[in-house]
Ligand binder design. Structure first.
Ligand SMILES: [Zn+2]
Length: 395
């Protein structure tokens, strides 16, 4: 393994900031990413690395590969789309006019995640100059914020068809506070229908069974922290996010349906969740002869509930070990796992195709909100770890 000492000196904070600013200046709310993708393409071509565009002309998905014939291929994935500006007045600066103040770079997409994409491009340039015997790809994609069908998933389809080389390892650059993001929660969305008995309001107390009252008890029984923990991702989450009931102002409702979003940790399935829900609701309805409810959720052809399992790449895979040693080398500290209340990334799509994938990215604040910012020293640290990783994975 070649030493990264020389390459680490090539990391240039100002260049990272400048490229981040250029990317932030081009608005790219999901659905409107073409201009920023083409800017990234031109920048990478300027480094002398070949690029390709996939998907549609209006929403291109960019890949760039250095040393495509090398034995091992490492890919960095970042998305170039952003969420919209919800309320312009809440921003202290123009979201598309990035401002560097000391260690913070402010602007839409600064943290999520154009600056991390800038780091990837910068590191690709260093890899090019270093002539390492490692294949290095960038996957710079649109559509992450709305499900990746027009972004990362297109690249996985291209790989399945043999049109794009499948990486051996993938690193996702989403914010992870310089910690290793080895796992993401899965999800199962289901409904619970509480049953009652309809009647005229006048008879509510003796003939009616109010399904809304029943559901209320059920909601309170479910809306609680879950006493489970996985070292790679933390606790699961449950949230009752919708409710439907009632037909007329003078009729006791006979049905009330709640929509539940349950985020899963490794090992959890709809069956384990249904068992927990049953236990909680049995307890909530104990002694009530009119306590009736059922779970209603989509099923596959074999009659099994459909869901997204938690996805993970074990920390002691070759990629995990290489990242851990790179953190020690580049940052001089012990690696930590990113165990947070975080949403998903495109990493789950690579993992579902069997590709080891770990997230490692910068730290910042106010993602998806006003005054989004990234800490520039964490971008430099991200670049250092990526450069060390290139060396750790080089034969
Ligand atoms: Zn993101």
């Amino acid at each position: 393994m070649p030493s990264p000492d020389k390459a680490l000196t090539l990391i240039d904070r100002d260049e990272i900031v400048e490229l981040s600013k250029q990317l932030i200046r081009v608005p790219s709310v999901t659905g409107d990413e073409k201009r920023v993708v083409l800017l990234a393409r031109d920048t990478i071509e300027g480094l002398g690395v070949e690029t390709r565009l996939h998907g549609s002309a209006e929403r291109p998905v960019l890949t760039a590969t250095l040393n495509p014939e090398a034995e091992t291929l490492l890919a960095f994935n970042g998305h170039l789309d952003t969420v919209p500006i919800a309320s312009r007045d809440a921003w202290e600066t123009d979201p598309y006019d990035p401002q560097l103040t000391g260690n913070t770079l402010t602007g839409r997409g600064s943290c999520d995640m154009k600056s991390a994409c800038a780091v990837m491009i910068h590191v690709l340039g260093i890899a090019k100059r270093q002539r390492l015997p490692l294949g290095v790809s960038l996957h710079l994609v649109p559509d992450e914020e709305k499900g990746a069908n027009r972004g990362t998933k297109i690249l996985l389809e291209e790989m399945a068809k043999g049109n794009l080389r499948r990486p051996d390892h993938v690193v996702i650059g989403e914010k992870s506070n310089l910690k290793l993001r080895v796992a993401e929660r899965g999800g199962w969305s289901f409904k619970i229908r509480f049953r009652g008995r309809a009647t005229h309001t006048a008879y509510a107390r003796h003939e009616g069974i109010n399904a809304i009252a029943k559901a209320s008890r059920g909601v309170l029984a479910l809306e609680k922290p879950i006493d489970k923990w996985h070292p790679w991702i933390g606790a699961p989450v449950i949230s009752v996010n919708s409710i439907q009931a009632g037909t007329a102002g003078n009729q006791v409702p006979d049905e009330c349906t709640i929509g539940v979003d349950r985020r899963l940790i490794p090992g959890e399935t709809p069956d384990t969740v249904a068992a927990e829900v049953t236990q909680a609701l049995d307890e909530a309805g104990r002694g009530d002869p009119d306590w009736r409810w059922e779970i209603d959720a989509p099923k596959d052809a074999e009659g099994k509930w459909t869901y997204t399992p938690a996805s993970y790449t074990e920390p002691d895979t070759p990629l995990g070990k290489a990242l851990q040693s790179s953190i020690r080398t580049a940052l001089g500290k012990e690696p930590e796992l990113f165990v947070e209340w975080a949403g998903g990334t495109d990493g789950a799509h690579y993992r579902s195709a069997g590709i080891p994938t770990i997230g490692f990215g910068p730290n910042g604040e106010h993602m998806h909100g006003p005054n989004e910012l990234v800490y520039v020293d964490t971008l430099v640290a991200q670049a250092r770890v990526y450069v060390a990783l290139l060396h750790a994975l080089s034969p």
